[in-house]
Every structure is written in structure tokens, then in C-alpha cells.
Design a protein around this ligand. Structure first.
Ligand code: TYC
Length: 101
């Protein structure tokens, strides 16, 4: 009978971290019409008229408003599409993204 220890001396530790979510932020400006901001929020972020109006008004009054939280890819795609929708009409409407803490 052998006394040789064949057990591995180290254990592989598998650490699974959930992907960081990213906020999409609506930035106020002086030129984009309120109704247009509301229509973009409804189209790109699947908001109701009431939800979209509240988000638009918060950005209008405070300068910025968090529109929603998504995976990085989805946040960036939505922010780009929504910003492009404004640019297509000649508006300086801006959506940015930032990682959640
Ligand atoms: N401030 C704009 C206006 O008075 C409306 C507006 C609201 C524009 C929110 C952008 O993110 C925004 N017409």
C-alpha cells in the first residue's frame, strides 16, 4: 500500500462576477423641443407617455436624468440611437452612459 498523497494541493476557485450595469443619462439642452424628447424616450426606451414626460421634465429641471440601467452593450446602443434620432432632426439632444458603482 502506497502512502503517496495524490490529492491536488491547490483548488481552482471560480469567481463569477455579474457584469456591471450601465446607466443611460438624458442631458438637458435649450433647443430640443420637449415633445421630441418625450417621443424619443417612448420609441427607444419603451416608456409610456407619463414615464417619458417625467424623465424629460426631470432632465429639463435638474440638468440630467437617469433613463434606465442596462448591460453595457445595450446602454451604449440605446444612447447612440437616441442621440442620433435628435441629430437627424438637427437637435443637440444628448444621451450618455456611465457604469453603475
Ligand atoms: N430644455 C428643453 C426645452 O426647454 C427640453 C429638453 C428637456 C431638452 C430635456 C432636452 O434632455 C432634455 N425645449
Amino acid at each position: 500500500m502506497s502512502n503517496i498523497d495524490l490529492k491536488p494541493k491547490t483548488k481552482a476557485k471560480i469567481k463569477i462576477e455579474r457584469p456591471k450595469l450601465h446607466k443611460v443619462i438624458l442631458v438637458n439642452d435649450d433647443y430640443t423641443p420637449r415633445e421630441f424628447v418625450v417621443s424619443v424616450l417612448k420609441a427607444e426606451f419603451r416608456m409610456t407617455e407619463d414615464q417619458a414626460y417625467k424623465v424629460m421634465l426631470t432632465a429639463h429641471q435638474r440638468g440630467v436624468c437617469v433613463v434606465g440601467v442596462f448591460t453595457k452593450d445595450v446602454a451604449e446602443t440605446k444612447a447612440t440611437r437616441a442621440t442620433d434620432a435628435g441629430r437627424a432632426k438637427g437637435y443637440p439632444l444628448l444621451f450618455t452612459t456611465e457604469p453603475e458603482e
